[in-house]
Write a protein that binds this ligand. Sequence first.
Ligand code: PEP
Length: 253
Amino acid sequence: MRKKIVAGNWKMNLDYNEGLGVFSEIINMVKDEATGTQEAVICSPFIHIHSLVQLAKGYKVAVGAQNAHQAESGAYTGETSAKMIKSVGAAYVIIGHSERRQYFGESNELLAKKTDTVLKNDLRPIFCIGETLQEREANAHFDVIKTQLVEGVFHLDAAQFAKLVLAYEPVWAIGTGVTATSAQAQEIHAFIRKEIAAKYNQEVADSTTILYGGSCNPKNAAELFGCADIDGGLIGGASLKSRDFVDIVKAFN
Ligand code: PEP
């Protein structure tokens, strides 16, 4: 069956020492407290990754990046490659977060290339999809999500697709304090799984981890994670506080 994952996205928050402090608290809490989550992940800024991987040795917390360049290497000043991320021991890379789509103009076509490069370097993409408020109000959310899937990840073969984690993140719920209701989230997760089954097959669909993201917190996580097609969360703001993050990790209990 599919893996239950809770991944934190620190975004551009926490300096080096602050990050190490929060991460140390997280690994100690996760060690001491039973969780139903099979994989807890922290996706930090690049500067933290190497040190977090060292700290995480022997603990049940993985480390990821928040972005990677689509090229293997080359003259791309300021960029970081998937190979570099792999070389410091990260396991995951967030691809297609709505902030990257919105502020850095990342298209589905570009994100498809990034996904290929990340997979080629033996990292697991956490591929984000989700509609804006305007798109939901225009009743276009199913079409938007289907297009993001088709153009972003449905070019993968079934073996490559099996390494992917998907994250449904309605843009109107990210960092706003407005969470999708569990019924709204479940409806979209079931739709995503149905589309995966139509493209690949039911077995692939049933084994794909689909996370929910958008103002998830210790109070609402258990209800969201209790839905049949929600396999965990991608957590922004609440992942910056160790207690809140670990309480979300424990929401499967
Ligand atoms: C995110 O950025 O992926 C996210 C879900 O943020 P928040 O939890 O703060 O809404």
